[in-house]
Ligand binder design. Sequence first.
Ligand code: SAH
Length: 393
Amino acid sequence: MEKAVILKRGKEESLLRRHPWIFSGAIQRITGKPEEGELVTVYTNDNKFIARGHIQVGSIAVRVLTFADENIDRDFWKRRIATAYHMRQSIGIASREDNDTFRLIHGEGDNLPGLVIDIYGDTAVMQAHSVGMHVCRDEIAAALQEVLGDKVKNIYYKSDTTLPYKADLNQENGYIVGKSSTNVATEYGLKFHIDWLRGQKTGFFIDQRENRSLLEKYSKGRKLLNMFCYTGGFSIYALRGGAELVHSVDSSAKAIDLTNANVELNFPDDKRHAAYAEDAFDYLEKMGDNYDLIILDPPAFAKHRDSLRNALIGYRRLNAKAIEKIKPGGIIFTFSCSQAVSKENFRTAVFTAAAMAKRNVRILHQMTQPADHPVNIYHPEGEYLKGLVIYVE
Ligand code: SAH
């Protein structure tokens, strides 16, 4: 019997609008006993083909791979990866002399729900967020090699923390192809050690590239605090931009080591930079009022909808402290990467923070994720990164 999902009457509506998720509540019945991660064909209640995708236990029951009646085989992966690659070449991200760091596949944004592939030089770091993508990992890796040719020599698979732990896959990270001898990648002419073996996400936050670049333009002659620095990305752009002083802070000692190593790689012995392993709130509380450029790029405060309220309180507190302490005429780059926090939620949190600090604040820029993290227009949930550049009088 065909492995298929038959929807309840009328539940095809969001699929007709090309939204790529099918929630478990929309399903009438499942035939053919598909195992978790297997391919299923999706039919409307009156038996019309509507989609094909990976089935999974959980509230998102099917992640749609295609709305066409086509096979999901190596050729399919090749076509999807090639489309994503060509887009990034055509907009100039994957074809610059001074940049070999970019996101090649951004899940739903590239019509491949559950899959992330980041490129660091000749190494691709691949991450599955769904059981289906995990099952297909070797086929995807082969397709990736075919599309990128010798541009990618190593493929590291890193899904231990992103796969649903209930699926009990006991996934271990490791190379599917090759093994990298170096881990230095270049972003807009700056060098970074990327720790894909132990680092967060795929090792680096590529999604802040354009915002780091914007920061560089504002850095000249300023005294900077880079709060939640992780790999030191913003700090290194600020040093290149001519900052007078840069302090990097992160609660993780490992992040501080990584930041120092990255500063060394680009600006050896640069006395303008210092890094401190400290909690953000402690540091903001006791720091002076000497900074005139502050970056706040905290981890996602709300991983789920139910933690939204506490997350907003967190953003408000954090921003209020920074707005209160920054020098007159100072600039703050403030971010939220929580998917559950909307652009409006975040702006309200910063507005409340400004009111609490009782200072005049203007919004100079509204920031989001870069073009290699595209938002599928049919999947607005894919827009997760938001930021504001504010000027504090
Ligand atoms: N700005 C970085 C990414 C930040 S990721 C970049 O451009 O790459 C968030 C960082 O916040 C992590 O490195 C984490 O160690 C740090 N962090 C989490 N909680 C913290 C806290 N309470 N105080 C300081 N740093 C914290």
